[in-house]
Design a protein around this ligand. Structure first.
Ligand code: MEV
Length: 309
């Protein structure tokens, strides 16, 4: 049996604007992960997909073409030049909550690619894995920027500009993030489509907001590279103000963001598509437990603390 793993992710700066060509910054979150196991099945069984968390088991050749799991299996096998006639069982499980901004779809796909590549003794570099996963991201998200598959495949902090640049950058001083879950599922596709509608109705306003968010992402990178944690916190707050104007925040997110600030976080914002899902708060070793407690009291369904380094 071969096992492939992939972490979750959070976006520190620049979500939504990144779909429109502005820079964004994302980091992997290793406390949550997706896992795919590949094992040989009995002859004549074909390829079976077991999505353990969803309680679903199905044959690859019976799944519809827009099934994201089927799509990543087929494209990976094609990429590594392995025929579809093999008898395999692919079992998927994940501790990354679905549709909460933590990249669960991209992580599951990445874990599958890694497990299949390992099972057939092949090799693909992070770029090739990211490119394969990007194709299935289109099934999940419609018009993904590509940041989720990139940060998850490379497993490093990334500075990303859609279709142009991907840079792994230097974190001067490791820092702590508290990641809190509103418990509200929010499919990325829906939030991205709503922002697109807003942009179509008022392109001048939205382009201005995207520019401001892009500037924050650039300043955020500099602050991280210089280890200026106060500046990072201020930029997170400013990014959140702009995300509110894009109408992707929600009462649940605002409740958690307010609680984090009250608990002493240096900055806080939604992360990912918004509307629900997770928020992130910049904390220190001193404020970490107080902020986590405040987040739970304010209704967070889960709080993860992760170190970014
Ligand atoms: C999703 O993690 C981030 C968004 O910017 C969408 C995307 O970049 O594809 C909302």
């Amino acid at each position: 049996m071969t096992i492939g793993y992939a972490p979750g992710k959070v976006i520190l700066f620049g979500e939504h604007a990144v779909v429109y060509g502005r820079p964004a910054i994302a980091v992997p979150v290793t406390q949550v992960q997706a896992q795919a196991e590949v094992e040989d099945a009995e002859k004549g069984q074909g390829i079976t997909i077991v999505a353990r968390d969803l309680g679903q088991t199905y044959k690859l050749n019976e799944a519809p073409p827009d099934d994201a799991l089927r799509a990543i299996v087929v494209s990976t096998l094609r990429r590594i030049k392995v025929g579809l006639e093999h008898d395999l069982t692919i079992t998927i499980s994940s501790s990354i909550p679905v549709a909460r901004g933590l990249g669960s779809g991209a992580a599951v796909s990445t874990a599958i690619v890694r497990a299949l590549v390992g099972h057939f003794d092949k090799w693909l570099d992070s770029r090739a894995i990211s490119d394969l996963v990007f194709e299935t991201e289109k099934i999940h998200h419609g018009t993904p920027s590509g940041i989720d598959n990139t940060v998850i495949a490379f497993q490093k902090p990334v500075y990303f500009v859609r279709g142009e640049r991907m840079e792994i950058f230097w974190v001067q001083h490791p820092f702590l993030l508290a990641i809190a879950d509103t418990g509200v599922q929010s499919p990325t596709k829906v939030a991205v489509e709503d922002v697109r509608r807003g942009w179509e109705e008022d392109p001048v306003k939205y382009e201005g907001l995207f520019d401001d968010i892009g500037t924050i992402a650039d300043m955020g990178r500099r602050a991280i590279e210089q280890g200026d944690i106060e500046a990072m916190g201020r930029l997170m707050d400013e990014n959140q103000r702009l995300l509110r104007l894009l109408k992707v925040s929600s009462p649940e997110l605002e409740g958690l963001i307010g609680a984090a600030r009250q608990g002493g976080a240096l900055g806080a914002k939604l992360s990912g598509a918004g509307r629900g899902g997770n928020m992130i708060a910049l904390v220190t070793r001193e404020t970490c437990s107080q902020v986590s407690m405040m987040l739970r009291l304010a209704g967070a369904k889960d709080v993860i603390v992760t170190e970014v380094s």
